[in-house]
Design a protein around this ligand. Structure first.
Ligand SMILES: Cc1cc2nc3c(=O)[nH]c(=O)nc-3n(C[C@H](O)[C@H](O)[C@H](O)COP(=O)(O)O)c2cc1C
Length: 191
């Protein structure tokens, strides 16, 4: 897939088939993240690849889905849940720019996975204490984001954000997503 097409189609997915995410896809995504740009090249991030069935199952209740939707629509049901997770952790005493590193890493992971047809949901609404306990993440380090992964079981379409309307995403009757985006002219200034 050409780069722009990859970026445009790499959307948030919240329902998945139950086929496992190939281990090589996860390894490649994390290797790409490892090699990404890093403020002062300090490389303050590390990752947990959650792929063991039992641990994946334990992660499911520790992430919160789709703030803009009622849970019965936005939360994946049994049989729709992600089949793997990646947890991004920032080491203690990281510099302020480390959060930029987190952003670069998470999008690298999402795009890498999507280049193999694996969809993702970046998740910030997460139960940090419980995830820390489950994965034995050292107390001094900061769990920043989770990425849910799986082969998508719905579509997601970008639509123009209409004047005066909310940026909230919405669903059709088949629970396919529509995601409003601001117009190019509204966000880009040539100077
Ligand atoms: C930093 C960040 C945190 C997010 N946290 C959550 C989350 O906790 N739960 C969720 O369902 N989606 C979460 N999302 C997904 C956003 O809702 C999604 O990116 C947005 O609706 C736009 O959809 P798109 O990714 O397809 O463009 C998060 C996205 C980002 C970038």
């Amino acid at each position: 897939m050409e780069l722009s097409e990859l970026i445009k189609t790499c959307r948030t997915f919240r329902r998945f088939t139950q086929e496992p995410v190939p281990q090589e896809v996860i390894r490649e995504a994390l290797d790409n993240a490892r090699l990404g740009s890093s403020g002062a090249n300090l490389q303050p991030l590390y990752y947990y690849a959650v792929t063991k069935q039992e641990t994946v199952r334990a992660m499911q209740p520790l992430v919160k889905w789709a703030k803009a939707l009622p849970p019965e629509l936005g939360t994946p049901k049994e049989g729709e849940q992600p089949t793997a997770f990646i947890v991004i952790v920032k080491k203690a005493n990281a510099i302020a720019f480390a959060d930029v590193d987190v952003g670069i890493a998470v999008h690298t992971i999402a795009l890498s996975a999507w280049s193999h047809g694996i969809g993702s949901c970046i998740m910030g609404a997460i139960n940090i204490p419980k995830i820390r306990e489950l994965l034995s993440v050292p107390e001094e380090d900061q769990i920043r984001l989770v990425v849910a992964l799986g082969r998508p079981a719905h579509t997601s379409t970008l639509v123009p954000l209409e004047e005066g309307r909310s940026t909230d995403y919405y669903l059709d009757e088949d629970r396919n997503y529509y995601v409003p985006k601001r117009a190019f002219e509204d966000v880009v200034h040539f100077a």
